[in-house]
Design a protein around this ligand. Structure first.
Ligand code: PLP
Length: 412
């Protein structure tokens, strides 16, 4: 574990020293994407300077270097989530592509008319629309696990909605809109009892907590590199080997084949069967460096740092009568995403005013329109922390928030 102070850790991130609108940048939009350490940025430059070639295809030195870079990244991802084999790690562009791959390949093959697909009302559109479209195409039924007023999935929803007809459950581990941590292990165990396969959307959990696919017994796990210090354009689909083995390819083309004849093709082994076309080697390498950085700092320390920040921010926000907070009150059931509104102020105004103070937050429906509708909300403002944020930054965030209503002409 890396025992360095937060001041030292922040020096690893060039963008954390930026100014925004003449103020020191306070970056609290980490659920959208995270900032990148020097180590990740350097790996991209280094790749193009020293190892760039098309991997898997060439017998020459540079192609072998690129292949090694790409495949060593796959092994680092495997170890990070404790998968059995690197054959179970498929590189995609992002979590969205991983979910679309699953809907097309696994879903189109295995879901039949009358089957049930279960998701939760918390889902990001990326884990909703692919299943909605699949259900339409297959005349299957899409069912939702609903949440209580704090955005917590209710137990009775799990035990009544998942039935013998359920063939697939796709559930977020942590909600990007409310910060809810879902009872994913309970859902997986119960769905397995019913014979259903479970996909976990780890976009908001893999960057923040130690996730072990063996312990969780998830059938599939998806996440994006850019939310965990890595570059954009690289994502991961983990799947149990026997499930991936039985899936047809999603995209067809170069590098995913064994033999191609005029009328027939046989496909390559895993993981290549599911990775058509030239790979994003630099993205995979950047993700590898990001994971090595996270592991050096220690996922336990990262979780502890974020818990402390979230508790502090929650306490300070709760002191402000002008703030409405959404999501779980119980800090053990929430992540470092805090959704809120300033009374009588549209969240877009809140975010624009905060921007004048150099504070970057998100406002809107957070790609979760059905959730917003269900919670009777139009939109919320959202602050989301990563381990490199500080209590001083939270103080700036709170002080800026106190000024939002004044900017709009309210007395206090
Ligand atoms: C829970 C969740 N799932 C899926 C996604 C989609 O991620 P990406 O846009 O990187 O594919 C996001 C992005 O915010 C998310 O928060």
């Amino acid at each position: 574990m890396d025992g360095r102070s937060i001041t030292e850790i922040r020096k690893d991130f060039p963008s954390l020293t930026l100014s925004a609108n003449g103020k020191p940048l306070v970056y609290l939009d980490n659920a959208a994407t995270t900032q990148k350490p020097f180590r990740v940025i350097a790996s991209l430059k280094d790749y193009y300077e020293r190892s760039n070639a098309n991997p898997h295809r060439g017998a020459h030195y540079l192609s072998i270097m690129a292949t090694e870079a790409y495949e060593s990244s796959r092994e680092v991802v495997r170890a990070f989530i404790n998968a059995w084999s690197s054959r179970e790690i498929i590189f995609t562009r992002n979590a969205t592509e991983s979910l679309n791959l699953l809907a097309h390949s696994y879903g189109m093959t295995n879901i039949k008319e009358g089957d049930e697909i279960v998701i939760s009302i918390l889902e990001h559109h990326s884990n909703l629309i692919p299943w909605q479209q699949l259900a339409k195409a297959k005349k299957a039924q899409l069912k939702y696990l609903y949440v209580d007023s704090e955005g917590q999935v209710k137990d009775e929803e799990i035990y009544t909605k998942i039935t013998d007809k359920t063939k697939l459950v796709s559930i977020t581990h942590i909600s990007n809109a409310l910060g809810t941590v879902t009872p994913v292990k309970r859902i997986i165990d119960f769905a397995h009892e019913k014979g259903a396969v479970v996909i976990v959307d780890g976009s908001q959990s893999v960057p923040h907590i130690k996730l072990d696919v063996k312990a969780l017994d998830a059938d599939f796990l998806v996440f994006s590199g850019h939310k965990m210090l890595g570059p954009m354009g690289i994502g991961v689909l983990y799947g149990k080997e026997k499930l991936l083995e039985a899936m047809p390819p999603f995209l067809f083309g170069g590098d995913m084949i064994e033999y191609v004849h005029e009328q027939e093709t046989t496909f390559a082994e895993l993981p290549f069967k599911l990775e058509a076309g030239t790979q994003n080697v630099e993205g995979a390498l950047g993700l590898k460096e990001a994971i090595l950085y996270l592991e050096k700092l220690g996922m336990d320390r990262i979780e502890a740092m974020e818990k402390e920040l979230t508790a502090y921010a929650f306490e300070r926000l709760s002191e402000l009568p002008i703030i409405e907070l959404y999501g779980p009150r119980d800090l053990s059931k929430r992540s470092s995403v805090i959704s809120f509104n300033v009374k009588d102020v549209h969240p877009h105004d809140t975010a624009s005013i905060m921007d004048a103070y150099g504070v970057a937050i998100r406002a809107g429906h957070h790609c979760a329109q059905p959730l917003m509708r269900y919670m009777n909300l139009n939109a919320t403002a959202r602050a989301s922390f990563y381990f490199y944020n500080t209590k001083d930054e939270i103080d700036i965030f709170i002080d800026s928030l106190k000024n939002v209503r004044k900017w709009l002409g309210y007395g206090s």
